[in-house]
Write a protein that binds this ligand. Structure first.
Ligand SMILES: Cc1ncc(COP(=O)(O)O)c(C=O)c1O
Length: 345
C-alpha cells in the first residue's frame, strides 16, 4: 500500500477538525455586506480585542487584507517601504502596483525586518523628482527569513520613525500568533502599536479560510469599502467566521507543539548530508534548509521527496522550506524525518 503523503508545504493545508465543522454547521448567519452576520460581527469584535486595535474586518485571504491596507493607507504614485523578501513584495503578484498604483521600495533588513534606521534612510526626501513615501510595512513572523520572530522593541522603534515622519505602518502578521507564542507574549504586544495589522486564521490557527484586518474605526470603515471594491464582500459568511472564532479561542498557545516539531525536524536535517541548517535559527513553525549543488538542487530534492510522499516547497534554487502544523502528528513527523533521510542518503 502506498504511504500517505506527509504535507509540510505550508500551514495553510490544515483542515478544519470536527469541533470547527460543527460550529460551521450551527453558525448563525446574515448578509455580511449589510453588516448583518452576527457570527462575523462577533469574530470582528474578538479580533479587534486580541490585536489591541479599535476595529476589525473579516477578509477572504491574507493577500487581500494586506492589499486593502496598502490601498487605504497610501495614495497612488507613492512608495511602500518593505523588506526585500517580504510577502507583500515577492508573493502578491505585484498587486500593490496593479491594484493601487503603489511602488515598492524594498530594503534588505535584519532577520527579515527593516530596522528603524533602515526605514528612516529609505524614506524619500522631499524633492521635486522623487515619489513620496506612502506607507511602511513589516512582517511578523518573517516568512522568507525562515519564520523568524520580530521582537516588540525594534518594531516599536520603526513605529516611532513612522510617527515622526507622519507615515502609516502596516504589519503583515500572517503568522503573528506564532511570534506571540514563541515570545510568550500577548498578540496585542506585537500589534497594538501599528496603524493596521493583518493576521491569518487559515494558517497555523487551522481555520479553512479567512484573515482579519485590524486598525482604527476610521481605517476599518474605509477598508470595508475597499474590500467591496476588490470583490471581497461575502454574504452569509458566518459559516467561515464560526471556524475563525474557534481558531482565535485556541489562540497562540496552541501553536507551540508546531514549533517543537519544527525544531525536531531542523535538528534531524542538520545531520543529513547536502543540507545546511542551523536549528537555533528555527524559532517558529518554518524550517528552511540550504540545499547544496549546482543548477536547481532545491527543486530536484522537492521532486524526490514528493516521490517518497513528503511534500515541501522551494524558496529558491538552493533553499527548501518545510512548515509544521496541527495536522502533522508527532508520529507522522518521525516518519517524515525517516523518509527525508532515506531520500537524502
Ligand atoms: C507572511 C504572509 N503574509 C501573507 C500571506 C498571504 O495569505 P493568503 O495566502 O491567505 O493570501 C502569506 C501566505 O502564505 C504569508 O506567508
Amino acid at each position: 500500500m502506498r504511504a500517505a503523503p506527509i504535507d509540510l508545504r505550508s500551514d495553510t493545508v490544515t483542515k478544519p477538525d470536527d469541533e470547527m465543522r460543527r460550529a460551521m454547521v450551527n453558525a448563525e448567519v446574515g448578509d455580511d455586506v449589510f453588516g448583518e452576520d452576527p457570527t462575523v460581527n462577533r469574530l470582528e469584535a474578538e479580533a479587534a480585542r486580541v490585536s489591541g486595535q479599535e476595529a476589525a474586518l473579516f477578509v477572504p485571504s491574507g493577500t487581500m487584507g494586506n492589499e486593502i491596507a496598502l490601498n487605504v493607507l497610501a495614495s497612488p504614485g507613492t512608495e511602500v517601504i518593505c523588506e526585500a523578501q517580504s510577502h507583500v513584495f515577492h508573493y502578491e503578484l505585484g498587486a500593490m502596483a496593479r491594484l493601487s498604483g503603489l511602488m515598492p521600495r524594498p530594503v534588505a533588513g535584519v532577520r527579515g525586518v527593516p530596522t528603524a534606521a533602515q526605514v528612516e534612510a529609505a524614506i524619500a526626501p522631499d524633492v521635486v523628482y522623487r515619489a513620496r513615501t506612502g506607507v511602511v510595512t513589516l512582517e511578523n513572523t518573517a516568512m522568507s527569513a525562515g519564520g523568524l520572530v520580530g521582537r516588540p522593541e525594534p518594531q516599536r522603534e520603526v513605529a516611532e520613525v513612522c510617527r515622526r515622519h507622519g507615515l502609516p505602518l502596516h504589519l503583515d502578521g500572517g503568522r503573528v500568533f506564532n511570534a506571540a507564542a514563541a515570545l510568550g507574549v500577548e498578540v496585542s504586544e506585537l500589534t497594538s502599536f501599528v496603524d493596521s495589522v493583518m493576521f491569518s486564521l487559515s494558517k497555523g490557527l487551522g481555520a479553512p479560510a479567512g484573515s482579519m484586518l485590524c486598525g482604527s474605526g476610521e481605517f476599518i470603515a474605509e477598508a470595508r469599502r475597499v474590500r467591496k471594491l476588490f470583490g471581497g464582500g461575502m454574504r452569509q459568511v458566518g459559516i467561515l467566521a464560526a471556524a475563525g472564532l474557534i481558531a482565535l479561542e485556541r489562540g497562540a498557545a496552541g501553536l507551540l507543539p508546531d514549533h517543537a516539531q519544527a525544531k525536531r525536524l531542523a535538528e534531524a536535517l542538520a545531520e543529513m548530508p547536502g543540507l545546511t541548517i542551523d536549528p537555533v535559527a528555527v524559532e517558529t513553525n518554518i524550517v528552511v534548509a540550504g540545499v547544496e549543488g549546482d543548477g536547481d538542487p532545491a527543486s530536484a530534492l522537492v521532486e524526490r521527496l514528493a516521490a517518497s510522499d513528503v511534500l515541501a516547497v522551494t524558496l529558491d534554487r538552493n533553499r527548501i522550506r518545510f512548515v509544521t502544523h496541527r495536522d502533522v502528528s508527532s508520529e507522522a513527523m518521525g516518519e517524515a524525518i525517516d523518509r527525508i533521510r532515506a531520500v537524502v542518503r
